[in-house]
Design a binder for this molecule. Structure first.
Ligand SMILES: [Zn+2]
Length: 253
């Protein structure tokens, strides 16, 4: 789906171990990519923290390294990327319970009626994860304090139609900068994106925002291209499995 995955360095200076993970959904195939700050390999992020939490402070702990042969049973596509890499690290929200609040504004640069339709479609997509594992509340008017927001633009880079910008550190776990969605077809900017496509793209990016990797099956909403027609049981099972394992867990073959 997405023609190009991109990655960009985070400007945040405090934790040199921060990673920026971006996942995109578009019309062509895409790969999610992650990139460490200069000098910090992802597998060495704990050692790269320039300002680590004082020892003994909650949140600082070393995550386990698990053998995929055992840990990857009945976990959906959580380990699918081991087909192309020799080690994966699980990155998810840490020590969180309660409701994830996402501000979903209207793309006001579009026609008013269409803008409202796309806004509602995006909100539906985000709420597809409601209760999986956290309650998800979409705030359409910006009245509540949100954990992150949806940012609209007519188009994103290349053929991408969605992007999740997230950060992860060994101290704080995963956090979300924003979910970006486009309103227009990247191959034909005269055309608005279909509401159903926007809904499924929002669901895909929300999956990344909560820590999911890409699926290797076209039937799942987390497949890199927009081939799924709805959320699948595998999508939900993978999210469940992710939150059964400790944040930062490394899986090796
Ligand atoms: Zn993706």
């Amino acid at each position: 789906m997405a023609g190009q995955g991109g990655s960009k360095l985070s400007p945040l200076p405090v934790l040199a171990g921060l990673l920026v993970v971006m996942g995109g959904v578009g019309l062509l195939r895409d790969r999610e990519s992650s990139e460490a700050m200069p000098g910090c390999a992802p597998e060495a992020d704990a050692a790269c923290d320039t300002n680590p939490a004082p020892s003994g402070e909650p949140g600082q702990r070393s995550a386990p390294v698990l053998d995929a042969a055992e840990a990857c049973q009945d976990v959906g596509y959580l380990c699918a990327e081991l087909a192309t890499t020799d080690r994966i690290r699980l990155r998810r929200w840490r020590d969180f319970s309660g409701t994830v609040v996402v501000h979903v504004p209207r793309p006001d640069f579009e026609d008013r009626g269409e803008a409202a339709r796309l806004q509602e479609a995006a909100a539906r997509g985000l709420r597809a994860w409601n209760g999986q594992p956290f309650a998800v509340l979409t705030d359409l008017r910006g009245e509540r304090e949100a954990h992150f927001q949806v940012r609209w633009s007519p188009r994103l880079t290349g053929t991408q139609i969605g992007l999740a910008r997230t950060q992860w550190s060994s101290v704080a776990g995963l956090s979300v900068v924003a979910i970006e969605l486009s309103t227009r077809n990247p191959l034909n900017p005269e055309r608005l994106n279909d509401a159903r496509q926007v809904q499924l793209t929002a669901a895909h990016e929300m999956g990344h925002a909560l820590g999911l990797p890409h699926s290797d099956s076209e039937r799942d909403v987390m497949y890199p291209t927009n081939t799924a027609s709805s959320m699948s049981a595998q999508d939900y099972r993978t999210m469940e499995a992710l939150y059964e394992l400790e944040d930062g867990t490394e899986l090796v073959p």
